[in-house]
Design a protein around this ligand. Structure first.
Ligand code: PLP
Length: 426
């Protein structure tokens, strides 16, 4: 594939934007090489500035559940923009949007919109602390909750030690209240609670972790999290920024039948525009300013364009959507597994609905430690072999892939054919 124009643009970008990108994983550091620049996108396909076409399994990292340039979203944004792009005072779309999320997610009594998933989780943590009057929070290694200071922490040497910052520029004192536990390990969590009696404000978790590839909660694990939080007077925060409206209309909490205290959203609910949201029971949400003492705000929060796009996205998420996504996901899974077996490539293909990850490893993967054992060099080769055949997967072993309703069985077939070709060369 010729990518001359992308290469020229990237050279220019490097001079003006750190690393040439506005979000690090786009830089292809996980696989080597350089990103392509997109000219336009439609349905399941991306076209780059050199005219190359790709079947897209990144789906703008999750939001594009209806595919790209979905006409109800485009029309809603166009029509809304005619009347102005931001008001800084309430508009009717915010109310409709809040009602739509509430209808889909019964654990939510009230919801507040913000501008990114990062803002949603950051605010949810503050709210949990303000509500409980406690300082500590528990997160899981391998779970990503955006780039707020106190959440940029992965596991230290042991689950009982204080977390260490994952980023320069985050003082250790900012993360001393963040405890890290391994996912799918009830005992480790019990120990954290025992060592921090009446100190833990809440647990924040991706109910299906999709930011270290993709692995699933073991049977009973999410129920365990719910029980332990209730027993300990801590809040259970589901970060459904990725899984919300993706795994089911009511998110992972609907699929697994769990009622979290606070839920965070982003990605799909913005229809491709910048949106985040967090919501929960009324008594918790009423602690937020202006009703309560927990401060949170945003100049562009509830932005009419973002609300219009989100409403169009949610209104089109019918039960058929999830059936279609499951059928496509199952086709991809079986084709990939067959291809890997044919060429004797050790691949652990994890999937739930329209989210998936193929780890290059010969064992099951159900937490970060196990995911880290996968062969990243093999993944990088595979990634580039697929890209050259016009199949775009996320440029890292540790990202989930996404299918949209715009993907077709032909897209899946083409992808499996390309995977066969790639495995033959690995
Ligand atoms: C993407 C993501 C975030 C961060 O959202 P941004 O909009 O990128 O700030 C938070 N939590 C989860 C689970 C995510 O997947």
């Amino acid at each position: 594939m010729n990518r001359t124009i992308s290469e020229q643009l990237f050279a220019s970008a490097l001079k003006s934007i750190p690393g040439g990108v506005n979000s690090p994983v786009r830089a292809f550091r996980g696989v080597g090489g350089q990103p392509f620049f997109v000219e336009k996108a439609a349905g399941s396909h991306l076209t780059d500035v050199d005219g190359n076409d790709y079947i897209d399994y990144v789906c703008t990292w999750g939001p594009a559940i209806h595919g790209h340039a979905f006409s109800p979203i485009i029309k809603a944004v166009q029509n809304t923009a005619e009347n102005g792009t931001s008001f800084g005072i309430p508009n009717r779309l915010e109310v409709r949007m809040a009602e739509l999320v509430k209808e889909a997610v019964p654990s939510i009594g009230k919801i507040r919109f913000c501008n990114s998933g990062t803002e949603a989780t950051m605010s949810a943590i503050r709210l949990a602390r303000g509500f409980t009057g406690r300082n500590k929070i528990i997160k899981f290694d391998g779970c990503y909750h955006g780039h707020a200071d106190s959440l940029l922490v992965k596991a230290g040497s042991g689950a009982l030690t204080f977390g260490h910052p994952d980023s320069a520029g985050v003082p250790a004192s900012f993360t001393q209240h963040t405890l890290v536990a391994p996912f799918n390990d009830p005992q480790a969590l019990r120990e954290l609670f025992a060592a921090n009696k009446n100190d833990i404000a809440g647990i924040i978790v991706e109910p299906v972790p999709g930011n270290a590839g993709l692995y699933l909660p073991e049977s009973g694990y999410l129920e365990f999290l719910r029980t332990v939080c209730s027993e300990e007077g801590a809040l259970l925060i589901f970060d459904e920024v990725m899984t919300g409206f993706r795994l089911a209309r009511g998110g992972a909490q609907e699929l697994f039948g769990i009622r979290p205290d606070i839920s965070c959203f982003g990605k799909i609910i913005g229809g491709g525009l910048p949106v985040g949201a967090f919501g929960g029971r009324n008594e918790i949400m009423d602690k937020l300013a202006p009703l309560g003492p927990v401060y949170q705000a945003g100049t562009l929060s509830g932005n009419p364009l973002a609300m219009a796009a989100g409403i169009a996205a949610l209104e089109n998420l019918t039960p058929e959507v999830y059936k279609t996504l499951e059928v496509l996901g199952a086709s991809l899974e079986s084709g990939m597994k067959t291809a890997a077996a044919r060429y004797n490539i050790p691949v652990q293909f994890n999937r739930i609905g329209s989210m998936f990850c193929g780890y290059f490893i010969d064992r099951s993967v159900k937490n970060l430690g196990e995911a880290m054992g996968s062969d990243r060099i093999k993944f990088a080769k595979y990634f580039h072999l697929m890209l050259e055949q016009g199949i775009y997967f996320a440029p890292s072993q540790f990202e989930a892939g996404f299918i949209s309703t715009a993907h077709t069985e032909q897209d899946i077939e083409k992808t499996i054919e390309a995977a066969n070709n790639s495995f033959a060369k690995l």
